[in-house]
Ligand binder design. Structure first.
Ligand SMILES: *[C@@H]1O[C@H](CO)[C@@H](O)[C@H](O)[C@H]1NC(C)=O
Ligand SMILES: *[C@@H]1O[C@H](CO)[C@@H](O)[C@H](O)[C@H]1NC(C)=O
Ligand SMILES: *[C@@H]1O[C@H](CO)[C@@H](O)[C@H](O)[C@H]1NC(C)=O
Ligand SMILES: *[C@@H]1O[C@H](CO)[C@@H](O)[C@H](O)[C@H]1NC(C)=O
Ligand SMILES: *[C@@H]1O[C@H](CO)[C@@H](O)[C@H](O)[C@H]1NC(C)=O
Length: 464
């Protein structure tokens, strides 16, 4: 069909109607602008405020709406473990907290608020540690800060008379990146464990906790041999005491790395790894991704620089101090310190080596791992799900919320859920038959070592 030229098209028809309404032709954009100017300024401010709220809600990954819709019931804990895992059957299945639900403190319903305010909100009673300086085989110094059960509890175990020190279990606490025994969250778990009947020793990283560097070696993200020496020293000095370990954040990485490296030779009854970064290479990539992660990267990079400044001469001798001073991220810092001191080809090679994920399958003691999926510092992308499922000594527990070593709970935000979880888990493990099995293993092990040393000395005698 042919279109007749005098037949009006839709657009000209439209324009004609507009002309008839106003008398003469007006641009629709001008009309729109005129309409927009009629809206009161206060409404614009309201809209801007709303957009800002949505932006902040997303930026901080706030989940209060989700919590309200869920009736503040909280989320359950997911478990990953091997079907023949005794630790789950005999211990973790009896942990009420892990089989309940975790609900974040409503006014902290954001992983970022939880993480940023962690050390600001925690209040702990005043107490003093007793310091022991431990000398490592290379001449380095590790500050061991002790808090005994008898130091915080009115009815001490020892006062019952019949109990010797060996009846009180000992837990070693390993702090995160640049934390030490004075960090509020470390003080909180130390006090809480001591109050619940444990002796506690915080194993500070070398150079941290106010001690000087006494050998040509500083602490790095993968330095697990110091922990190994500390554990062996404690086991040697009190062989009858059941010893456990709890690592937090980078301390969890160092703990799991040590457990994997020393395998069956680890004289611990059990361990817990909280908010482990697992894979430092994936973590490093994650730190460059979003605006909040870049913020954490700067903050942590600065705190590393601050800690290194205390030992500037040693760092300058062993690595590149000018590079360290210019560093703005964790990656830069490690590139100019740990990579050079450890003689790694690249910073990625260092991060790969320092990761605990590659040693998960070799862990031979009961190990509970706890990570929040929304952890804004240690990404869930790095969690080694399959390896945890392969190793029957491990139970991996994950929650949707909780942030990084925070897990604030209750209206007042005074309680950290993970600390209660660790206390319940270790108490259940201590009360289980697995403790006796582990203790027997050490006895057999030290007997083997003794016999080995015996045969060595006999060989020597023969030689003489
Ligand atoms: C020690 O004595 C107190 C008070 O009599 C008691 O509550 C506690 O259970 C005892 N501890 C042990 C390990 O027997
Ligand atoms: C695994 O553990 C054993 C001891 O049980 C140890 O000899 C070995 O070196 C460990 N493997 C790795 C990769 O560290
Ligand atoms: C690491 O440091 C070296 C110099 O020591 C530099 O050439 C290299 O570009 C740095 N790598 C990164 C990823 O920054
Ligand atoms: C469970 O552990 C056994 C060895 O102990 C292993 O062969 C099996 O593959 C593991 N299961 C899973 C799901 O990884
Ligand atoms: C060490 O092993 C030997 C031989 O297996 C055994 O006779 C001895 O009782 C063991 N000693 C201890 C303390 O377990």
């Amino acid at each position: 069909m042919l279109l007749r030229s005098d037949q009006p098209t839709v657009s000209t028809d439209h324009r004609r109607r507009m002309e008839s309404a106003t008398g003469d032709f007006v641009s629709p954009y001008k009309l729109l602008f005129r309409a927009l100017t009629l809206i009161p300024i206060s409404h614009y401010l309201l809209i801007a405020f709303f957009v800002f709220i949505v932006f902040v809600y997303n930026l901080l990954e706030i989940h209060i709406l989700q919590d309200i819709i869920g009736g503040f019931g909280g989320g359950h804990v997911s478990f990953t473990f091997n079907s023949s895992c005794d630790l789950y059957r005999e211990v973790v299945s009896k942990c009420h907290l892990l089989h309940g639900r975790y609900l974040a403190t409503p006014w902290l319903s954001s992983p970022h608020l939880q993480t940023i305010l962690l050390n600001v909100l925690i209040k702990t009673p005043i107490f003093n540690y007793k310091r022991e300086l431990f000398r490592t085989s290379d001449g380095g110094t590790v500050a061991l800060d002790w808090l005994m059960n008898s130091g915080v509890s009115e009815t001490s175990f020892e006062m019952n008379g019949t109990n010797s020190i060996a009846d009180i279990p000992l837990v070693i606490v390993i702090p995160g990146l640049t934390s030490d025994s004075k960090s509020p969250y470390i003080r909180k778990i130390a006090y809480s464990m001591a109050k619940h009947g444990w002796n506690v020793v915080v194993s500070n990283h070398r150079g941290l906790g106010g001690v000087p560097l006494t050998s040509e070696c500083f602490y790095t993200a993968g330095k697990s041999d110091d922990l190994g020496e500390v554990v062996n020293h404690l086991h040697r000095t009190q062989p009858e005491t059941p010893i456990y370990a709890v690592g937090t954040s980078l301390g969890a990485n160092i703990l799991v790395k040590y457990l994997g490296e020393d395998g069956v030779n680890v004289p611990l009854v059990g361990a817990a790894a909280i908010s482990n970064p697992w894979d430092l290479l994936i973590g490093d990539r994650f730190f460059t991704r979003a605006i909040m992660q870049r913020f954490y990267n700067r903050v942590l990079g600065n705190s590393l620089k601050g800690a290194a400044k205390l030992h500037q001469e040693a760092y300058a001798r062993l690595s590149d101090w000018e590079g360290i001073e210019k560093s703005r991220t964790i990656r830069d810092f490690n590139n100019y310190s740990a990579r050079i001191a450890g003689n790694f080809d690249s910073i990625d090679a260092f991060h790969r080596w320092a990761s605990s994920a590659r040693l998960v399958t070799n862990v031979s003691v009961p190990l509970l791992c706890l990570n929040a999926i929304d952890d804004p510092v240690c990404t869930d992308e790095a969690i080694p799900w399959d390896e945890c499922r392969k190793n029957k000594n491990i139970v991996l527990a994950t929650t949707q919320h909780g942030g990084h070593i925070a897990f604030f709970e209750g209206i007042s935000g005074k309680s950290l859920w993970w600390i209660r979880v660790v206390e319940e888990y270790l108490s259940n493990l201590h009360a289980s038959s697995m403790r006796k099995q582990q203790m027997q293993k050490f006895k057999d092990l030290s007997n083997e070592t003794l016999q080995f040393e015996d045969s060595l000395s006999q060989d020597k005698k023969k030689l003489v």
